[in-house]
Design a protein around this ligand. Structure first.
Ligand SMILES: NC(=O)c1ccc[n+]([C@@H]2O[C@H](COP(=O)([O-])OP(=O)(O)OC[C@H]3O[C@@H](n4cnc5c(N)ncnc54)[C@H](OP(=O)(O)O)[C@@H]3O)[C@@H](O)[C@H]2O)c1
Length: 358
């Protein structure tokens, strides 16, 4: 995300990502940071796994910022900011948000503004030039908590302009279409996204909650990741929900980043990974990690295009998220986890009829 301040322009080096740059050194904070770099690398591993998103790179696990705007967190803004700051301190370079992540319908943009405030008030050592903020549009919330969809060119443009204001940026680095609008063909929605790019409001396009057929259509219209077309897909994937493996396989073939949402089963269920999926608890015991860390490591191992975006509301959670990137699972452990049957329950099931493709 390019903010308006000169320090926030992403460096050219991060745009051209080499296969050799799979890891990045995480610098410590404080006035003597430079002196302690070698020590920090030695003691903490100090290298953080990177993955590609189109022409960009980001940490292999990002931070899903949605829970920071839930009703419970509204009175804990300081904690919310500290959580994002902890992510930046520990080297995370991907922050996922959306216009609708807000405690109520009349506070749209709440989460985006929180992310912007966190970046503005950050005083740590992490280079903000490396941070990619991804947002989304296409879902509506109106008076009385009426949820809807609108992907008409006018509505997406309005939503995008509101996001630009909330994020305090002049252009959005990666704009994701949140969910399909059943009132429009999918191809028209994809074309509406392209208009945002043509108008210079967004630099890159991602899709969310897509079927393989929709992704295929979008690739045909916009191009694939290597053409600078669709560079990311954000669909649900977790121990409980694995219905979109065909979409993941297509992303893999295309080199499109796959950002699994609610990777731990959702904010209210993340603590239940072990009771619901015993194999994750067993592997966690074997590798000396938590079941949640094993879940994230399992997703990372599943595909090189995978970039999980777990949510977090506490700085301590960030430490655990970062640790998950260092976990190595054996082939046998991975196979055991793969063999666990999913529950096929979605955290946010689709409640609209699928729109026609054309
Ligand atoms: N595109 C879409 O339609 C869509 C839909 C839903 C979500 N999303 C995105 O996906 C992100 C993640 O989904 P989510 O937040 O709903 O669910 P989630 O990531 O499955 O679960 C979030 C919860 O997991 C806990 N957690 C995270 N890492 C942990 C760890 N290492 N150990 C223990 N607990 C851990 C957090 O605890 P604490 O709160 O205690 O820190 C948080 O409450 C969202 O923030 C949002 O950005 C997108």
């Amino acid at each position: 995300m390019e903010t308006k301040s000169p320090t926030s322009l992403r460096g050219v080096h991060s745009r051209v990502f080499s296969e050799f740059a799979r890891y990045r050194v995480v610098l410590p904070n404080g006035p003597f940071a430079a002196i302690f770099v070698p020590l920090r690398i030695f003691y903490s591993g100090g290298m953080i796994l990177q993955r590609r998103i189109g022409d960009l790179s980001a940490t292999a696990v990002g931070l899903g910022c949605m829970p920071l705007s839930n009703g419970r967190m509204v009175d804990h803004r300081e904690q919310a900011l500290q959580t994002i700051h902890a992510a930046l301190d520990q080297g995370i370079t991907l922050l996922d948000t959306a216009n609708i992540y807000a405690p109520s319908w009349n506070a749209i943009g709440h989460n985006e503004a929180l992310v912007a405030e966190a970046l503005r008030t950050y005083t740590g050592h992490a280079p903000l030039t490396d941070v990619l903020v991804t947002t989304k549009g296409g879902i509506t919330r109106s008076e009385g908590e009426q949820w809807g969809r609108d992907s008409s060119p006018q509505a997406l443009r309005r939503a995008c302009e509101d996001s630009l204001r909330a994020l305090d940026v002049s252009c959005i680095d990666l704009y994701q279409h949140h969910r399909h609008d059943p009132a429009m063909t999918y191809i028209d929605q994809v074309r509406a996204l392209q208009l945002l790019k043509d108008e210079g409001l967004v630099r890159r396009i991602g899709l969310s909650n897509v079927t393989e057929a929709e992704l295929d259509l979008a690739i045909g219209e916009l191009g694939s990741a290597s053409d600078g077309g669709v560079i990311s897909v954000q669909n649900e994937l977790s121990p409980r929900y694995r219905a979109d493996l065909d979409v993941l396989a297509r992303c893999e073939r295309e080199g499109i980043a796959f950002l699994p949402w609610s990777p731990l089963g959702g904010a209210t269920h993340a603590k239940d990974v072990a009771p619901r999926f015993a194999a994750f608890a067993d592997v966690a015991d074997a590798v000396g990690a938590t079941p949640q860390e094993v879940t994230l490591a399992w997703l990372l191992r599943m595909s090189s295009v995978m970039i999980p975006i777990p949510g977090a509301t506490r700085p301590e959670t960030i430490t655990s998220i970062v640790r998950s990137m260092t976990l190595e699972l054996t082939d046998e452990q991975f196979a055991t986890l793969q063999a666990t049957p999913p529950e096929h329950t979605s955290m946010y099931p689709e409640d609209q009829p699928r729109s026609p493709l054309r």
